[in-house]
Design a protein around this ligand. Sequence first.
Ligand code: NAD
Length: 413
Amino acid sequence: MARSGYQWTTNTFLKRAMDALKLEEHYETLLVMPRREVRVELAIRMDDGSLGNFIGYRIQHDNSRGPYKGGLRYHPKADIDQVRSLASLMTWKTAVIDVPFGGAKGGIDADPAKLSVLELERLTRRFVDQIHDFIGERMDIPAPDVNTDQRVMGWFFDQYTRHHGFAPGVVTGKPVALHGSLGREAATGRGCLIAIREVLAAAGETVDGTSFAVQGFGNVGSWFARLVHAQRGKIVAVSDVRGGVHAGDGLDIPKLVEHAKATGSVVGFTGATPITNKELFAVDCDVLVPAALGHVIDENVAKDVLARYVLEAANGPCTVHGSDTLEQRGILCVPDIWANAGGVTASYFEWVQNLQQHRWTEERVNEELELHVVQAHRRIRETMARFGCSMRTAAFVLAVERVKAATDLRGIG
Ligand code: NAD
């Protein structure tokens, strides 16, 4: 395995936790290796009559604590190394936040920006056709991730029912009108807000008056920015794939959301200075929030970070050396497996509602989300004190302890 790939990063963080717990060697096989890997060829008819060929993956990492669970990513760089790493992170995330799921992830190496809506729909339906026997309400439950949204989840649900009959719990993040949950769309951003609020509170600080720079203005980044803004936090910089904007006094987030909706990007927002994605990482602020892709903070980026906290809203945004550099510089890195677990927590609530054919109010979703994120923070802090370790290692230790307990109790057979 390359000593720089996504899997290597996740496994290095995991290994640190396993070493802290002094686990016997055979757990490396039990806890590191994915249980099942599905790779499918996806041939679809393009609008111009030509044939489009794509590769899809579903990696099922661990199901000792419950059905496999994890998002679907459509991205040209979604390869097996990245999806394996993301599947493993899901196992540790569901364990840290304490929802009864395991971990999985899926991906297709497609760039949705280059596909028409009909091509995207055909691709999604073809993917379901190829993997439907490996997923299910009680087996493996996908969800949205980068470049997939409610609409894609709606097609996914519909195509699955053509094979297996009505089963809304087979996928989460569906539109509310199609068995989705109130509060799910904002949940990852909301969970990130609760996480940083707790971290700030532990240092005697508040969101009100704290400044943030956010990379990524999709589902997670834009909801996080909106919720922070509503709590009088100051968002001083935001970026997306096309570039970024900066305003030292704080951006008008509701107006920026409107601008991004109308133009497809934060770029060109009036009343702000244009910045590059690279410059965003070195912006003067209290909290840096990577909310786009993985491995964006390596040691070179980390040495220029001015923020006091890095909140990992994205999955795997730090390389090992990036994370270590932040730690050496005294910057507290709030790890992804806790920071962005609000999404999978609300996905769990959606699944529960689907199985019970019962709808929760948005207040109930938000209240229960709050309980999970706050409780996990308490347990992570206790673990940090117990092992004298970083917040990341503590989160992994807590997760590994829970997954190991379930694995031991089930037995190997
Ligand atoms: P999204 O597709 O809605 O948004 C992604 C954003 O990142 C967009 O604004 C896009 O322009 C930007 N982006 C893409 N490439 C970029 C680049 N090279 N430089 C700068 N910006 C770039 O995706 P999302 O659902 O918001 O997911 C964002 C991150 O959060 C991912 O790492 C994902 O795995 C993680 N995450 C998502 C959820 C969820 O519920 N959606 C849950 C947990 C974690």
